[in-house]
Design a protein around this ligand. Structure first.
Ligand code: AMP
Length: 401
């Protein structure tokens, strides 16, 4: 009987999943899918290994009020039914915050779960959903080993200077530092660089992960040197709903002059800002690109302006730029955004070919360009599957919660 690994990425409004063979080196999923619109209008979609769409048939009707973790029992049954005879032998999860102590993935134990619970205030919109998925699976399949893969781990290679804020030392010592996120995506991109760049893979590379959440990472030798996100996922780029870098004086002003509570400010910064806040129309880039309203155009302009500034700023940390990589939903699909960002970086020597850009080609820069500009689709699930396989299929599988 075949053993498989289940990968889960549970968020506030979506549950992404993928199933991989347990076999070492099998990096193509047997099936992959997601339930989006959780909490409003849930939509199920899944594809098999050949990319053919799989029917929701067998998945119980989804209550719009269900949370992502509430869908896991159904999902397990559905996966089992679509992989006749296969056994799910382990599960891997994306966990947004690993705090200061996790430079790599970890097998889930009771102690780990309570450590991760303590980090909820640092990722209030993500961490609770990640942990709820782990708990739900532990309740449904108590003997199945689970692995937590952290978005922060990839950035543990950064120098201290890149990590600390200019705050009193006691706060830094407490762990109020820049952790950085999207590490699973950056780890995947880093692993693909040699196949795109050959020897230049070890050079000065800036990766722009532009999705609903967005950040940028400067790498050298395929390791993180600096990144735009900080203690929380609010820092850095403007995002779908998040504000990105903000004068901290704005928060003080909102508290003192507008008498807003911490909860109201949290909602404003995490949910009501970014593309949605500036456009007043949508948090979704594709929707804004199809809208004529000047507010939509200004939101896209600000997104690109801020991203270009951040690319240039991060290039300072690695002493220049050999390659610029675009990834995630916007980075992989929006020719408009890529063209705008690259135009703002022309002074640095960034050049792209318009035809290649419109086709979402892998290589956008002209042949022989000093700075390679590439589009590389990210694949966080494969990184999670590899880590889960390594930690649970060897001799040292640890106890479940
Ligand atoms: P992600 O969080 O990586 O799934 O990315 C979601 C973002 O990518 C949303 O803002 C989408 O509107 C955007 N996106 C996806 N496809 C396109 C496209 N063809 N053109 C512009 N934006 C897109």
């Amino acid at each position: 009987m075949t053993d498989v690994i289940l990968v889960l990425n549970a968020g506030s409004s979506s549950l992404k999943f993928a199933v991989y063979p347990k076999t070492e080196g099998a990096n193509s999923p047997l099936l992959r899918g997601k339930i989006s619109g959780i909490g409003t209008k849930p939509v199920f979609s899944a594809r098999d290994a050949a990319g053919l769409e799989l029917l929701q048939h067998g998945f119980a009707p989804i209550d719009p009020k269900t949370t992502a973790d509430g869908l896991i029992p159904n999902l397990l049954d559905w996966v089992q039914a679509h992989l006749s005879g296969a056994t799910i032998c382990a599960a891997g999860h994306r966990v947004v915050h690993g705090g200061p102590h996790h430079a790599g993935p970890a097998v889930v134990t009771k102690t780990l779960l309570s450590d991760l619970e303590a980090l909820v205030p640092l990722a209030p919109m993500h961490q609770p959903h990640n942990l709820a998925a782990i708990r739900c699976l532990a309740a449904k399949a108590p003997d199945m080993p689970q692995v937590a893969c952290f978005d922060t781990s990839f950035h543990h290679t950064q120098d201290r200077l890149a990590q600390i804020f200019a705050l009193p030392r006691a706060l830094t010592d407490e762990g109020i530092i820049r952790y950085g996120f999207h590490g699973l995506s950056y780890e995947y991109i880093a692993s693909t660089l040699p196949s795109y760049l050959g020897n230049r893979a070890d050079g000065r590379v800036v990766v722009a992960h532009l999705g609903s959440g967005a950040s940028i990472c400067a790498m050298q030798n395929q390791r993180s040197v600096a990144t735009s996100m900080g203690l929380t996922v609010l820092d850095g780029l403007m995002m779908g709903r998040r504000c990105g870098t903000l004068d901290p004086g704005v928060v003080l002003y909102l508290m003192e002059e507008k008498h807003m509570s911490a909860q109201q400010i949290k909602t404003l910064l995490y949910r009501q800002s970014g593309l949605l806040g500036v456009s007043g129309i949508s948090n979704d880039m594709a929707t804004l690109e199809q809208t004529d309203a000047p507010e939509a155009k200004q939101a896209i302009d600000l997104f690109c302006y801020r991203a270009a500034r951040e690319v240039a700023s991060l290039a300072v940390t690695i002493g220049g730029l050999d390659a610029l990589i675009f990834t995630a939903g916007i980075g992989e699909n929006s020719a408009t955004v890529r063209a705008d960002i690259c135009a703002r970086l022309r002074w640095m020597g960034v050049r792209i070919e318009a035809a290649a850009n419109v086709q979402n080609a892998a290589r956008l820069s002209p042949r022989g360009a000093d700075i390679e500009v590439l589009v590389i689709p990210t694949d966080e699930e494969t990184i999670i599957a590899q880590a889960t396989r390594a930690l649970t299929c060897g001799a040292g599988a640890a106890a479940q919660t």
